[in-house]
Design a protein around this ligand. Structure first.
Ligand code: ATP
Ligand SMILES: Nc1ccn([C@H]2C[C@H](O)[C@@H](COP(=O)(O)O)O2)c(=O)n1
Length: 237
């Protein structure tokens, strides 16, 4: 057995990395605009976008052993067993050479979250929550017209029920830990992205610091900015 394989087992299956990646979970109801905004975050901040739904749809189209079960679960608007989804995420994270991941549509339930903690274990640094009224989500899903088997009135009703019953407790869990960044997901795509931008602008220093990307003069000037901001907060002039 290679030493990297041993380390892999000790890490619960995840390959050793030089730095722990910066992980952002992206949550919100069906059609709240998660995927749309993730594309913009990728363009602007260099994240790799991993959509749990896309990984599962890819399994269906590649006819894997799980394909029939995943297809039926998605058709019914329910949640695929966490072992399957977490394994797909783990494989994707291990195979991609980036240190910033946007994990979209995950964790969808407490079971998803616990399985992720057991197998992958990298704490999310921040959790974006796209907050959208149900009527707007239904309108967007029914207008999507991308041929998805779950974009119909009956399935969307079930997905909304599942979202309220199983995903909202995950949002509450991260809110209690101060990790939720809630975004009003109404309005145009541009208006919503304008609300997303400040989240990443304020995280830029933390990301660069944790990932060891502060180089040259920024090693000195960035901590100085934080100290100045702190002093200004305590003793505004
Ligand atoms: N601000 C917006 N206003 C109107 N339509 C939007 C807006 N943002 C996204 N859409 C459209 O709504 C549909 C759903 O958006 P998107 O796929 O990004 O949502 P999602 O949260 O990823 O959905 P799901 O969880 O069902 O995959 C898409 O057709 C998208 O083009
Ligand atoms: N963590 C997840 C993510 C997705 N699914 C299934 C059930 C969803 O309705 C469907 C589509 O996902 P979306 O593209 O809307 O994010 O995929 C799941 O079971 N577990």
């Amino acid at each position: 057995m290679l030493s990297t394989d041993i380390q892999k087992l000790e890490n619960g299956g995840t390959s050793p990395r030089e730095t722990t990646p910066f992980i952002t979970f992206v949550l919100g109801g069906p059609g709240s605009g998660k995927g749309t905004q993730c594309m913009r975050i990728v363009e602007n901040f260099g994240f790799t976008h991993l959509s749990a739904g896309d990984l599962l749809r890819h399994e269906i189209s590649s006819n894997s052993e799980y394909a029939p079960m995943i297809l039926n679960t998605i058709k019914d608007g329910k949640i695929v067993p966490s072992e399957v989804t977490v394994k797909l995420l783990q494989k994707a994270i291990e195979s991609i050479d980036n240190d910033k991941f946007l994990i979209d549509g995950f964790p969808r339930s407490e079971e998803n979250r616990l399985q992720y903690e057991r197998i992958i274990g990298m704490e999310p640094n921040v959790v974006l929550f796209f907050d959208c009224p149900q009527e707007e989500m239904v309108k967007r899903v029914l207008n999507r017209r991308q041929g998805r088997i779950d974009d119909n009135e009956e399935t969307v009703k079930e997905r909304l029920k599942v979202f309220m019953a199983l995903t909202m407790p995950v949002v509450d869990y991260y809110a209690k830990r101060g990790k939720i960044y809630k975004i009003d997901a109404t309005g145009t795509e541009d208006e919503i992205f304008a609300r997303v931008l400040p989240a990443f602008a304020s995280l830029q220093f933390e990301m660069d610091y944790l990932l060891g990307h502060l180089t040259g003069h920024r090693k000195f000037t960035e901590p100085c900015k934080i100290v100045r901001l702190f002093l200004w907060t305590v003793w505004p002039s």
